[in-house]
Design a protein around this ligand. Structure first.
Ligand code: AMP
Length: 208
């Protein structure tokens, strides 16, 4: 199954993607993760992307479209993929449709995980990530519950940056909901509950 996960930052896209990957083995393509790895390794891409990411702004379309186009050519995506955090603008969505049609593939569904913005601000300011394995936990985790690694707060999970990211989402990414509704592949899910319950709804919406 080829999926796009839509939703504001902090809506739980990464958590749902991880559950789908672990149960069904789809390739997980998170543009945020790819960009963070580039920043960490100080590659030319990372150096360019960092200034946008630190401010909570979007990295230019041409940069992320190139990244995803290359990633979709890799073999592991042939058994299904989940795009998490891409597309985030209408030009990205159009580029994705074009790229997939060149590869003779198609999207099966766009799953939108809906959560109230104030719930998101609370969630993200208390979110902590593991430096070692990337596990997403909370401020309550003194160390990573998966591997014992050190937990840290992403620079873009600070409140002022979060408010900008939510604003960017409303202006640039929310229009994709109508875009995929128009393509008749939109599934809308209530995301303000336990991630396991959200997952049940996600699978039901996809007929899995
Ligand atoms: P995420 O982990 O998906 O919230 O992404 C973190 C940051 O990476 C975003 O705030 C953007 O600065 C950048 N980013 C990730 N995906 C995209 C995308 N599809 N288009 C533009 N910027 C992106």
């Amino acid at each position: 199954m080829n999926l796009v996960l839509l939703g504001a930052p902090g809506a739980g896209k990464g958590t749902q993607a991880a559950m789908l990957v672990s149960e069904f083995g789809y390739a997980h393509i998170s543009t945020g993760d790819i960009l963070r790895a580039a920043v960490k390794n100080e590659t030319p891409l990372g150096l360019e992307a960092k200034k946008y990411m630190d401010a909570g702004d979007l990295v230019p379309d041409s940069v992320v479209i190139g990244l995803v186009s290359e990633r979709l050519k890799e073999k592991d995506t042939e058994n299904g993929f989940i795009l998490d955090g891409f597309p985030r603008t209408i030009p990205q969505a159009i580029a994705l449709t074009d790229e997939l049609s060149k590869l003779g593939r198609d999207l099966d569904a766009a799953v939108a995980v809906n959560v109230d913005p104030e719930v998101i601000v609370k969630r993200l300011t208390s979110r902590r990530c593991c430096k070692n394995c990337g596990h997403i936990g909370s401020v309550a985790d003194a160390v990573c519950p998966e591997c014992g690694g050190e937990m840290f707060q992403r620079d873009d999970d600070k409140e002022s940056v979060i408010r900008n990211r939510l604003d960017v989402y409303e202006k640039q990414t929310a229009p994709l909901i109508d875009y995929y509704r128009g393509a008749d592949i939109l599934k809308e899910i209530e995301g303000d509950k336990d991630p396991k319950d959200v997952y049940v709804d996600v699978k039901k919406s996809l007929g899995l």
